[in-house]
Write a protein that binds this ligand. Structure first.
Ligand SMILES: [Zn+2]
Length: 269
């Protein structure tokens, strides 16, 4: 049994990992964990998820109404509600904007073709939902018909959502989805991605069903130094992080540009 403080730490760790790996940027992305019957822990709206603290998280009910926490819950929580409602086996959900997977949807390329053994073992088939307006009920509606049978869904021209029986599984599926899209893209440049044989796919799917839970341990995998650009960005974020407004973002960009300008001037001397 994992207690709430540990779940809060796992959720914050997973958000930092998503940010460090470039799977989310700015204030994008949202993650949630089921805490109890009709009670979920989720990320707040408007904050940069790479620098969240455990007390930034929000507790909501199944309808997305805030039960505890000082921030507003994610504006995309409807999508999480829709998945929890259909999938009682799902304990955690990750929504991110993985660049390669999203680019495939922008180019009208489906990732449903089974090309990698690891993808079948970890995810199964990757689905794609039609275009929907972010932050509205359209997103949840676009997932209907796909949620029941898929653990990873690309949201056309937007991002992706993954789910699992624990947070490590949902997180790992997002990483594997993005890695799959990256390999698909390289294979496409090399002449085209070829599907795995049907029999191999059936054997891999049977193995996935027998071992649905990830062996990934979230906290121990994120004890690495942040990427340089995130380190610089973090210097501009105060300890009690304020919502990432347009004004704050503009100030941050201006500040970083100023740093670059100074460095360029110094190197010319
Ligand atoms: Zn999004």
């Amino acid at each position: 049994m994992i207690h709430e403080p540990e779940r809060r730490q796992q959720l914050v760790d997973s958000c930092r990992m998503l940010y460090e790996r470039g799977l989310i940027t700015g204030s994008a992305g949202n993650v949630s964990i089921r805490l109890a019957e009709d009670c979920y822990l989720t990320t707040p709206s408007g904050l940069c998820k790479g620098f969240l603290k455990v007390d930034d998280l929000v507790v909501v009910n199944g309808a997305g109404q805030r039960l505890a926490g000082r921030h507003q819950p994610s504006s995309e929580y409807d999508m999480h509600s829709a998945i929890y409602a259909v999938r009682p086996d799902v304990e955690a959900i990750v929504h991110a904007h993985p660049p390669n997977a999203t680019a495939c949807s922008v180019a009208g390329r489906s990732l449903a073709t089974p090309i990698l053994t690891e993808t079948i073992l970890t995810i199964g088939e990757i689905a794609m939902a039609p275009v929907a307006l972010p932050g509205t009920a359209e997103v949840a509606a676009s997932l209907q018909g796909l949620i029941a049978k898929h653990d990873a869904i690309v949201l056309a021209h937007h991002g992706a959502v993954t789910c699992g029986p624990d947070l490590a599984s949902a997180y790992q599926r997002m990483e594997v989805l993005e890695h799959t899209a990256h390999i698909y893209w390289i294979a496409t440049m090399l002449g085209g991605a070829k599907a795995l044989p049907d029999l191999t796919v059936e054997q891999l799917l049977a193995k996935k069903l027998a071992h649905p839970v990830s062996t990934l341990t979230l906290p121990s995998t994120c004890n690495k130094a942040p990427r340089p650009y995130n380190k610089r960005f973090s210097a501009h974020i105060s300890k009690d992080q304020a919502p990432l407004t347009d004004e704050l973002l503009e100030a941050l960009v201006a500040s970083v540009l100023q740093e670059v300008k100074v460095k360029c001037t110094e190197s010319r001397r």
